[in-house]
Design a protein around this ligand. Sequence first.
Ligand code: ADP
Length: 750
Amino acid sequence: MRVTDLTGLPAGVPEHLEEEGIEELYPPQAEAVERGVTEGESLVASVPTASGKTLIAELAMLAAVERGGKALYIVPLRALAGEKASEFERFERFGLSVGVSTGNYESDGERLANNDVIVATSEKVDSLVRNGAGWVDELGCVVADEVHLVDDAHRGPTLEVTLAKLRARVSDLQTVALSATVGNADELAAWLDAELVDSDWRPIELRTGVHYGQALHLDDGTTRELPVERGESQTAAIVRDTLRDDGSTLVFVNSRRNAEGAAKRLASVVAAELSTAERADLAEIADEIRAVSDTETSETLANAVERGAAFHHAGLAREHRELVEEAFRDRLVRTVCATPTLAAGVNTPARRVVVRDWQRYDGDAGGMQPLDVLEVHQMFGRAGRPGLDPYGEAVLVTDDHDGLEGLFERYIYADPEPVRSKLAAEPALRTHVLATVATGFATTRDELLDFLDGTLYAEQTDEAGRLASVTDDVLAYLDANGFVDRGEDLRATETGHLVSRLYVDPMSAAEMIHGLREADEETTPLGFYHLVSRTPDMYELYLRSGDRETYTDVLYEREAEIPGSTPSEFEDGAFEDWLAALKTATLMEDWTEELDEERIAERYGVGPGDIRGKTETAEWLLGAAERLAGELDLDCVRAVRDARKRVDYGVREELLDLAGVRGVGRKRARRLYRAGVEDRSELRNADKAIVLGALRGRRKTAESVLAAAGHPNPEMDDVRADPDAAPEGATEAGESEAGERGQASLGDFE
Ligand code: ADP
C-alpha cells in the first residue's frame, strides 16, 4: 500500500510522508490500516523492533485528530517523552499541536488541554486523571508504546490501570498498543478488545548467532571465521571486524559501570582506524560533551568519544545522550556500549549488535539473573540500518563450548515469553485502589471490583477470588491509615483525597505523616531528607562495603535530627534501610551545602543524571510532605518548605531568595552573593558592573538575570565588568556552566 492511498488523515500528510522517504507502507503497517487503525479501530501491533511501529501510532493519532478528537501517546520512560514529542512536532504544520507533559505530577494539567497530541508517561497520565484533567474526555485515541512493559513489576501496573481507566471513562476510545513480539499478543488484544497485527516481518534481514572461539556461529547453521587476537576480548575482535567492513557496533552490557569500562577499552580498537579528519570532528563533539556538565562521567564520555567510542545509559544527561546518538548516526562514533533500559526506545541502528552480558543483577532475586528472551530480541532488533546495510547481524558471546549450545537454545531459537500482569502485587493495588476510590470511579466494593475486572490481570487470572482478597487487604490498610472510610459506601477521607492527588504511594504518605507528627525543634533539613528518603517512593542509594559502619556512626551522631524512631540494629532489614535512607539524605544535604556535582558523584558513586533524579524526587516528596503537614495543621510546615526549596535550588539557606530568580541557579547565586548582591531586591537595584563581574563577563546571562529580577534597565552594552566582583581565577570561557539550573536532565527509572 502506498502512503498516498491513505485516507482520513489531515490534508498534506501523505505527501509529507512521501517526502520523508516513506513511500510504501511496510507490510505490518499496511495490515494495521486494513484492520482500521485510521478509522478508529483499536489495535495491538506486536512487531519486531525497528519495523515501523511509530508510524502506525502516528497514522492512528493523525486520523483521530482529523476526526476532531485528541490523541494521547504514552511513553515508557520520562526521558523519551521529549524525544517522541519532537518527532511528532513535524506534523504541526498540518495544524495540530503537540504538548509534552513533564514537570511535577500535580502541575500542568490544564495547559495540555490546548494540544491535539499529548505525550506523557503512564504515571503522569494517571496523575492527571486523578487531578481531574478535563481534556481526558476529549480523547479519541490513546497509544501505549512498549505495552509489553505491563509485565514490569514496578511500573507495569500503572500502565495497566491507566489504560483500563481511560477506557472505562471514555466510551469507544481507540486504543493502539505497540508491543515487541511477545508470546501472547492475542491475550493483549482480547484485553483491549482490539484487532491484532502479529508479525515477524523486518525491513532488513537479521542474522543472529553466537561468537565462540575464533568464529561466529550463525542461526542458518553456517560458521564464519572471526579471529580473536591474544589479549583481546571477543567483543573487541567483533568491533574490529565490523570496522574493517566499514560498519558500526552497538554493544549491550548489564550495568552503567560496565558500559563505561567497555567504551573505554573499545575506544582503543576504534582509535586505531580513525582518519585525521574524523579525529578532528570527534574532538569537537567531545568538547560539546564536556560543556554539558563538569562531572567525571562527562569527562569519561568525552575521552571515549574523542577516540570514536561512547557509552549510553540513564545516568547521562539528556544532552549527553543526544550528542552520542547523533554522532553514532553520523558514523563518527563507531561503537556505543549501552545498558538496555533506554536503548530500547532510541532509534540507533548499527550493522552489528553484540549482547555481551545476558545476565544482570536483580535486587529482588538477590543475584544475577538471565535476561528475558524478549529483551534480548529487542536488542537484536537494533541490528541493521535499512537502506544502508546489506543485513544486520546480532550476536551473543561465550567462551565456553557448552555455553554455545546453551545460548542457542536460550535466546536464538527461543520464543519470547508471554506478558503477565503484575497488578495483584500489594504496593500496586494500594496506590490504584485509593485513586479509584478518591476519583469517585468506584463508590462501593463491588464497583471497585467491577473496575478491576477491566484490567489485564482479570483477563489472565484463573484464580477465582484472588483479586478480591488482595483488594480487601488493601482496603483494610487504607482504612487503618485514615485514607478511606468503609461505611455503607466506600469513600476517601480528606487526607486520602490529598494523598491520591499528590501521587505518592499511600505507604509513603503514611510514613511521612507519622514522621511529620514527630518532628520537633531538633529536626533539621537532613531529618526531612531522611524522612522522604525512607519512603517506598524514593529509590535509595545502595550501601556499599564499609557504608554500614560509616553511616552507623553518622546515625548515632545525628539521630536527634531525624524524626521518628530508629529501628533496632538487630532488625537487620529495617536497620539497613534506615542507613540507606541516611546515605541518600546526606547526598541531598551535600547538594544543599553547594558541593560540586562532581564531588557528589564521586562521593556516592553515582552519575549526574542520578543526582538530579534523586533531588527531583526529593523535591516532589517534600512538596507532598509540605501539603500533608498543612492539611494536618502541623507546625513543621515552614521547615519542610525551606528544606524543599533548598533541594530544589541546591543551595544553603542564605541563597534561597536569590537562587529563585529565573536563570540564576546555585552557582551564579553564590557568585553574586560573594560580590555582595545578597537577595532579589538587591539584584533588582544592583550596580551592573558588579553583576557583570560576578557573572564572569557573560553579558547575555547578566542581562537576562537582571531582567528576571525586575531591574529597570538590564542592558549591558556599555558596562565594564568590575574585576573585584569576578570570582578568583575565572575567565569568560573558563569554568563550565554545569550544574546551573535550567539544564533539562532527568533521572530515569533504571
Ligand atoms: P519501531 O518503533 O518499530 O522500533 P520505528 O518506528 O522507530 O520502529 O521505525 C524504524 C525506522 O523505519 C524509522 O527510521 C522510520 O522512519 C522508518 N520507517 C518506518 N516506516 C517506514 C516505511 N514504510 N518506509 C520507510 N521507512 C520507514
